[in-house]
Structure formats: structure tokens, C-alpha cells
Ligand binder design. Sequence first.
Ligand SMILES: [Zn+2]
Length: 323
Amino acid sequence: MAKPILGLDLGGTKIASGLVDPNLGQLSGLGLLTRPTFDPNQDVDVFGSVVAAIRATLATNALSITDIDGIGVCVPSPVDPKTGFLYNPPNLRGWANIPLRDRLQEIFGITIAVDNDANAAAMAEARWGAAKGFSKSVIYVTVSTGIGTGILINGTILHGKNGLAGEGGHVPLDGFGQERCGCGNFGCIEALASGTAMVKLAKKLLQDGARHSPWIQNKIQGNLEQLDMLTIGEAAQQSDPFALEIIDTQGMRLGLWLGGMAALFDPEIIVVGGGCANLGAPLFNAMRQTMIQRTIHPKAAEIPIVLAQLGVASGVLGAASLL
Ligand SMILES: [Zn+2]
């Protein structure tokens, strides 16, 4: 029997870790462990939290380091996968330019692989999830607070010269518009069609009085601060016209961008994950229609756009799949 691999998903607010059976592509042992990325007692820094998460995963499963085959780590940051060097994670403030792989190897003396989280999730979906059997080219998109992408070409992650390729969320759709992205640029698809962007748009339209939604107003008791993507999703399930309009706008923007991605990469399949993917048919229909209508790709209608399958464990499974 193959030894398990330890997968660790370093996020902006929490670290998830677990053991993965490399043959089955499933969590093994006692499932997912989570802990805060930033230690509330401030006894350790982010690196200390990562080390503690690895030790806790081993201890919880009553294993020692020699019982596992390696550690895969995915990070919310541009990273050089050859060296495991982290550049500038936008959501881990004060933590940049870290030789993460070398520092972990010094401590644990075992094979360590590090890659970007969306790249890792793309690999996991291709190997074990929604894109299983589609080995040629896969585009994975996660739409939640931000937008991340991982692109597989002939079954391997597209890394580019420095490991920095695949930042599809920061392709500008309206570079001369007003919407500023977290990366500092204007009009990135992330700034226009992430969950955050759609909530911002919905708030603006309701605040200005340009639109009304009695269902939403009732749900949030008139307090626009309470409005989030989950509420918009619930409203859409009640066929609320405003919620459906917001989701349609998000889907059209994503579809326009996916049309460009289709023209660039001619993918076999597009997998969409992240919280917003749960908006379901209204989002997927708008994405699909717009992608087909607004691309030069003559066979865009044949590209399946499917929901990601691996859910909350995709980061941990993806991290393990790096080995
Ligand atoms: Zn950006």
C-alpha cells in the first residue's frame, strides 16, 4: 500500500490540512483539520502556523514523518514551483519573499512540493474530480471573493518562465474603466465578476434606488451591509428578478472572459468552482451563452462548462496531487 501524502492548503484566514490516499485521490485518516492562519495568541507567525498544522495532522493520525511520502502545500500567492519560493501573497500581509519549500525541508527532511492554490485545485479536478479523463487541456476557474485560474496543458500545469502563469483573474476586461482590482490594476475580471464585485454592484444599484428587491430588502432588514452573495443566491432561488439580473450580469462578464480564454487555450473542458459556482443554472447558462456568442472559437459550443466536484477539500487534495 502506498504511503499517504500530507496536503496543506494555506489560505488567507485558515489553514486546512489532511492525509490523502494517492491512489484513490481521497482524504484518508481522520479527515480535514483546520486552524487559523494568523495565530490569535500571536505566539507564532504564518510559517509557525504551517509547521504546527503539519505536526498536528501527523499527531492526530498517530503517524510520524517517516509514515508519509511527502508534503504538498498550496498557497494563495504567486510562487515559483521549481524552488517553492513565495513572492507576494496579496492576502497574507506582511508575509512575502519566503523560501517556503526550503524552510519546510530543513525542518521535516522530506519531499515538499509548493504551488499556487488554483493551479493545485486544477490538477486535483483533472486527476480526481470534474475533469477526470480530460487530460489534454483543462481550464479551472474559482469564483468567490476573488477569481483564480489554473490551466493544464497536456496534463501539466502551465507555469510559464517563472512559475507565474495562469493568473487569469487579473486579465483586464475593462482596463480603462473605474473598477479598481485588489492587484492595483483597473478592470480585471476579478474586479468585475468576483462574488465581491457582484455584491458591490448589487449594493450600489439598491442604494441608488436604480433597482428594488422587496425580497432582499426584507431578508437584510433594510441593512445593505448585510447583503452577501449567499443572500443573492437565495433570492435567485425565489425567482427574485433583481437577484437573477445580478447573476446574469456576472455570468455574461465571466462568459465574455471565458470566450477569450477559449480562443487562447482551446480547452477540452472548463471547470468552475468557488462559492459563486453554487449559484447554479442562472450563472452557468449566462456564462455558456455569452462565451459561445462572443468568441472567435468556432467550436466553443462543444466546450463543457461544469461545476467543480472536490468542494472544500480541493485545496488539500490539490496540494497532495503536486507530488
Ligand atoms: Zn487584478
